[in-house]
Design a protein around this ligand. Structure first.
Ligand code: ZN
Length: 282
């Protein structure tokens, strides 16, 4: 016979201390995960998605390329203090983002998990978060989950653009990706019939390889630089994703930005301006 004799299961579940915890903690202005939620510029903050109870953000100090964190909106250090809805949404986001990363980054596996408490290695112990770390065969023999510096093969703005483009595409249902391709001096941008090129991605294919393949069939050297769509993820439900690309100078067919800007449709102008602003801020 156990110590709980005489207690019905429901009584054990309805513990009053749990209720006081659920309503107890307030957003902490000193907490980076609380503060980042107030921004309008998700692209600069590296937020890839905002849900109802949780958001997904890239780790600025990644253990590996594409390292994401699923973070509850509420400032909580303990899983038991999160609402069941929040925990369910975090589990759903972890599932859908591992699927999405497999396609966007062609990774082969993941380390996922939480470090609860600073004793367990949590960098921001007061605001719990779930790590999603993509893995490739041969990327490391040993994955250090705590501390340690890794050499990353790709710049964070480019990885952000790959992930955000697929998130935006999924939300909007628009398979087209807008391409802002310009030379390093930012003097020329590639146009297609007076507009920024629009490339259709195939089902099951990530948006960025389609855009890069299209561009590389026209110029010798081109690389993905970053995100050129709207700063806020709230806009992702209604606009086509836009990617910024860098092209070797002097390669045709390039059109002068000065000439093109005034004649560009508004959404193209916005994508171009977002791309240029984003590039100068990184
Ligand atoms: Zn917080």
């Amino acid at each position: 016979m156990s110590d709980c004799d005489g207690l019905q299961p429901a009584e054990r579940l309805w513990t009053p201390w749990r209720m006081s915890y659920l309503g107890g903690e307030r957003p902490d202005p000193g907490c980076v995960f609380c503060r980042v939620q107030e921004t309008d510029d998700d692209a600069t903050a590296l937020i890839v998605h905002r849900g109802e109870h949780a958001f997904v953000i890239m780790n600025l100090y990644p253990y590996n390329t594409g390292h994401l964190m699923v973070v509850p909106n509420d400032h909580r250090s303990d899983l038991a203090r999160l609402s069941p809805e929040t925990r369910a949404e975090m589990a759903e986001l972890t599932a859908s983002f591992t699927t999405g990363l497999r396609q966007a980054l062609r990774c082969e596996g993941f380390n996922t998990g939480m470090n609860l408490g600073d004793v367990a290695g949590a960098g921001i112990a007061d605001h719990l978060h779930q790590h999603i770390v993509p893995r490739w065969r041969g990327d490391a023999n040993f994955m250090p989950i705590v501390g340690s510096t890794k050499v990353l093969p790709e710049l964070i703005p480019a990885t952000y653009a790959k992930i955000r483009a697929d998130v935006a595409r999924q939300k909007s249902g628009i398979d087209e990706v807008v391409l802002v391709a310009y030379d390093p001096a930012r003097e020329h941008v590639l146009l297609d019939s007076g507009r920024l090129p629009r490339i259709e991605a195939r089902p099951g294919e990530s948006s960025w390889p389609a855009a890069l393949a299209w561009l590389r069939s026209r110029v010798a050297t081109a690389d993905l630089i970053g995100w050129a769509g709207p700063p806020s993820t709230a806009a992702d439900a209604s606009t086509a994703p836009a990617l910024a690309m860098g092209v070797t100078p002097g390669e045709a067919p390039m059109v002068s930005v000065a000439v093109a800007l005034s004649s560009l449709p508004t959404e193209d102008r916005e994508a171009l301006e977002a791309s240029l602003n984003r590039r100068s801020s990184h």
